[in-house]
Write a protein that binds this ligand. Structure first.
Ligand SMILES: [Zn+2]
Length: 242
């Protein structure tokens, strides 16, 4: 009887292991994970949205994750709130927990696009641990030179009346400070000055350079020229998935 029981237990364990392995394999096959990197002003947000629609995978941005957890008052959200209110950076651990929690959802089963994550080596390592080897990982570097980013952001003007957008370097209005559409006055955002943009770029490069190196070593980084028109950028992006 005892022998029979042990045999039965071994059999159940074996079946369980096989079934588990099958499920595990099935859930990770063809999982497409896209990491989109690009400086502020690179058009990353717009492209992320379009890629996610085209590939049918959710677009997950760390900014949205923060907002969601804060507004729902989750335990992680409450921790984030403490850090933000005290003016401190949210530690990697919490950002990672929040992200892993999100990508464990059902809608991420076939893959997802990450925007604004990972921002550090510990974040990239934690993500790698979560993903394992059995995935299709693409890291896209949307490249726009700093001087162009500065001109894109600093030169941006919008009409006070109709909201039309111009850029004094790339798409200037016909008459200075006057809207082509409605002759309204054009506004330049006050925080869009060169100094602020410069600071944001510095932070961006400091954060992403090591992360890019980390993924370059794995041979998964693809660079796309972000200086082109949004349509041309999107075409190039889609070529990476054919
Ligand atoms: Zn106007």
């Amino acid at each position: 009887m005892k022998v029979l029981l042990i045999g039965l237990c071994a059999f159940i364990t074996a079946v369980g292991t096989v079934a588990y392995a099958a499920i595990d394999q099935e859930s990770s096959v063809n999982k497409k994970v896209v990491i989109l990197m690009g400086p502020p002003g690179s058009g990353k947000g717009t492209q992320a949205k379009k890629i996610s629609e085209k590939l049918g995978i959710p677009h997950i941005s760390t900014g949205d994750l923060f907002r969601e957890n804060l507004s729902k008052g989750t335990p992680l959200g409450l921790k984030v709130k403490e850090y933000i209110e005290s003016g401190n950076l949210v530690p990697d651990e919490i950002v990672v927990d929040m992200l892993i929690d999100r990508v464990s959802s059902d809608d991420c089963r076939d893959g997802y696009l990450l925007d604004g994550f990972p921002r550090s080596i510990p974040q990239a390592e934690a993500l790698g641990k979560e993903l394992g080897d059995n995935i299709d990982l693409v890291v896209i570097n949307l490249e726009v030179p700093d001087d162009i980013v500065v001109k894109r952001i600093e030169g941006r003007m919008s009409c006070k009346d109709c909201g039309a957008i111009f850029n004094k370097y790339f798409t200037p209005p016909q008459k200075e400070n006057i809207c082509d559409n409605c002759s309204g006055e054009l506004n330049q955002r006050s925080d869009d000055n060169a100094k602020v943009v410069g600071e944001r770029l510095k932070v961006y490069h400091n954060q992403t350079a090591p992360v890019e190196k980390f993924y370059s070593a794995k041979g998964v980084v693809k660079t796309v020229d972000g200086q082109q028109s949004p349509g041309a950028v999107f075409n190039d992006l889609m070529k990476l998935f054919n």
